[in-house]
Design a protein around this ligand. Sequence first.
Ligand code: HEM
Length: 500
Amino acid sequence: MHVFALLSWPFYATIVGIKLCLLLPLLWKWKYPLSTIPGPRMAAWTRLWWSKTMYFGRSAEVLIRLNREYGPVVRIGPKTVIVNDPHTIRRVLAVNSGYVRGPWFDSLRTDPRVSNVVSERDPKKHQQCRQILAGAIWMTLLDEQQRSSKESKSEFRLNLSKVLPYLSMDIITHICIDESFGNVMTDTDQYELLKTLTTAMVVQQYRASLPELNTLLLWIGRLPMLRDVMYPSANSPGGLGQLMQILEEKVRQKTAATHTQSQTRNMLDSFLSKGLDTGHAASEVLVVLFSAVGATAYTLQGIIRGIISNPSVHLTLQREIDMLVRDQGVGASDLVSDTPLRRIPYLQACISEGVRMYPVITQLREQVVPPEGDNLHGYFVPGGTFVALNGHSSQFDPTFGNDLELYQPERWLIDDRILLTKMQRNLDLNFGYGSSKCLGANLAEIEMNKTIFELFRIYSVVLGNPERPWVSRGDFVLADFNVILTKRSPHGQTNGVSCS
Ligand code: HEM
């Protein structure tokens, strides 16, 4: 019998039957039991649509639209749903909720072999990491004033997307290793840390959007010859390798000095006193640098944009600042500590509104549903499903009132204490919650208070390019946020540019 005689219809039918048998469970797994949850059509089959959204810089806008269009639970991947309700987000992130971090967090590793505080998925190990870091950050919390403007001209243009990350970097390196990098003074991105942060963020987001690809890359990255190319180490080419060498050298110096000097002073000292080895201590410092700089610089830019886009807000803020300066008898070059700044209601309202309007958490930060499953807004989601947290959309919750697309500090100046407490709780989600709460929130608050206060005390600020205030790619890395600063007179009147 000729071999082609085998290719008759019963043969084809058998092949198709076998394929269907193999494929159906797979299709079933893809489609169900999340099939009742609404969402973009492609999402039931693949997460590639999300990678495409990021590529076009539309992630922030799409995150807001998703829950608006489909409701409080949206299916965004074959195995992933996203929620935006602040109460549900808190429930998922609560300590002992049963939820654990998903493979999304593997994309935050700086070493394929070892996890760090932001990427650790094992709840116990994560808590241990947090304890070490929390102690270190609290102990070394900014205890001295930082002032770093070398400009003395009365009017000048400044690119805040460059200057604010430089400032945050100088502050955090001072805290971590007792040595400010001097980015602001030299107007240089020392060790190309910001350049690395900017590109690493893009890579991390794509890797996080495709967990299977990330698992493969983690595996490849363990090969010694590729590790130094794919992950930061003292052997990495360029500025980051140089920085790792410096950090490791600092660790070695500290270790050598331990016999003569046992007092814990900076964050590095604190890590070492907890028994971290050289490589681990250096890479945790790097993680703190990355966590602190991008988030703080972005939030500051958001707050400033909100203030200077609204002339009446700008004017009211300066009036309140001037009042404090007068009441406290503060001289033109005196520095004001953080405590009185927390008592200027309008300053605090401007900061809160900026944090709300420009949330740092533009990413999915997926958590895994506990084995018994969970009920999310009436939908059953089985154990193992990934639940992404829509931090962006949570800041448009009705608790915050009306006109949520508008920057309105006044929404925070109400008499209703109960409502204010609810608003504050929802706002606090911008710093994470429960087992993942930001470890630098206190430091971030000090930086925000002091930067905004000093900036508007000394200068009047206007947008350099009102048509396109900044260039955003949908995450918290911004470019070209240019502003024009005009020095104010010591009694609080603007020289030149008016705010009307
Ligand atoms: C306005 C500025 C900041 C914002 C909005 C912010 C926001 C956040 C958020 C949302 C998380 C939670 C991440 C998660 O869910 O896994 C987080 C974690 C973290 N933040 Fe911040 N952060 C800011 C500034 C800082 C600063 C200044 C530092 C360092 C001194 C810092 C250090 C950390 C660390 C170490 C973690 C990891 C905690 C963990 O994974 O357990 N952050 N931050």
